[in-house]
Design a protein around this ligand. Structure first.
Ligand SMILES: [Zn+2]
Length: 360
């Protein structure tokens, strides 16, 4: 079921999948995986918090085996780790290393996020990735909305984000000084912007290399925020330069995050076009996400139409957060069952379009 790209690397089939929280019991997960398959999923992202990886590790291995047995591609999401990746789970690292926090450039206050530039965090994160790569027979990893902490401050008059930023901790200051031969400014000079972007990518690229050294066939997806980063608004998450992210040789899939359903269709068009363009430019697969939790579209058919839009624009991988519309969590969609049903039809639409294209 795989085709060869010109690079000789096997390319997976067109994908449709959801994220999944239930990693505790393989026999329960098995029923859920069958339900996913009945909703036309051929892939699943396991959302793994630091606690899960620490505590449920034996069953993460088993749950992955069960998903694979049923023909799902499995990706491991380092969900919310260090509060560097997106997600709700608390961080064990932050509990154990109160001194390794990101620091606001303007106020010097510590922020509730780990400084991923610090040696302590990098060692911790690499350790997690190597452990997962060594023992869990997954198809790849999913870098889920990595970002610098955004200090809360006044929005600018143009409606953009405020001026404060992170991280200006002692470790970042030292590294900056070693590279540029001057004190790290408190303003976002071009050097600071570059330094932040380089450091943010470097930690993910290193982890990706370590994973591939252990499990070479691992596919690495880097999923960045779907922001416009225009003249007026750049959100300074550290992964705003899509060219820089997508050109990283360690990543196989370039992905952009969920867009709120109430944003105009032109926004969906624009983000999707740019996602596919930059992925293609660097020989990567492209991935787009849909919101299948929390806020749902007024008309659930919009979910199917969006899947259709994505495929018509050349998206290779469609994912929805999350299984069953988040039912049973505080972030459930109001009509979680209805959303989940529509996601099933959206997946079917997406995969069918690809099959029809292949026949031509
Ligand atoms: Zn720092």
């Amino acid at each position: 079921m795989s085709t060869k790209l010109s690079t000789g690397k096997p390319a997976p089939v067109c994908e449709a999948g959801v994220s999944y929280y239930g990693i505790s019991y393989p026999e329960h997960a098995e029923r859920d995986f069958l339900e996913m398959k009945s909703h036309h999923c051929n892939a699943v992202i396991l959302a793994l918090s630091e606690f899960d990886i620490d505590f449920w590790f034996p069953n993460i291995i088993e749950v992955t085996r069960v998903a694979k047995k049923h023909g799902l591609r499995v990706y491991l999401d380092t969900w919310g780790i260090g509060k560097w990746f997106g997600g709700e789970p608390p961080s064990k690292f932050l509990t154990d290393h109160a001194q390794c926090r990101q620091v606001s450039a303007f106020t010097g206050e510590p922020l509730p996020a780990a400084c991923f530039v610090s040696t302590a965090f990098r060692e911790y994160f690499n350790g997690i990735c190597e452990k997962l790569a060594r023992y869990v027979e997954a198809d790849g990893f999913f870098w889920d909305e990595p970002h610098y902490a955004l200090p809360k401050n006044m929005a600018s008059i143009t409606g953009g984000a405020g001026e404060d930023w992170a991280c200006r901790c002692s470790c970042c200051q030292e590294k900056f000084k070693a590279r540029y031969g001057m004190e790290m400014p408190k303003l976002l000079t071009p050097e600071v912007v570059n330094f932040r972007e380089d450091e943010a990518l470097d930690v993910l690229r290193e982890a990706s290399r370590r994973i591939k050294a252990i499990r070479p066939e691992s596919e690495i997806t880097c999923c960045v925020h779907a922001t416009l980063n225009t003249y007026y608004v750049t959100e300074r998450r550290g992964y705003d330069n899509w060219e820089k992210v997508a050109s990283s040789p360690e990543f196989d899939v370039f992905s952009t995050t969920i867009i709120a359903w109430n944003l105009p269709k032109s926004f969906f068009d624009d983000i999707t076009r740019r996602t596919v363009e930059v992925a293609k430019k660097y020989g990567k697969r492209s991935q787009r996400w849909m919101m299948g939790y929390y806020k749902q579209p007024d008309d659930l058919e919009e979910i199917v139409r969006t899947a259709k839009l994505y495929r018509s624009m050349g998206v290779d991988s469609l994912f929805t957060w999350t299984y069953r519309g988040g039912k049973g969590t505080v972030l459930a969609a109001p009509d979680a069952d209805g959303v989940w049903e529509a996601v099933g039809r959206a997946n079917h639409q997406f995969l069918t379009m690809k099959m029809e294209e292949d026949k031509k």
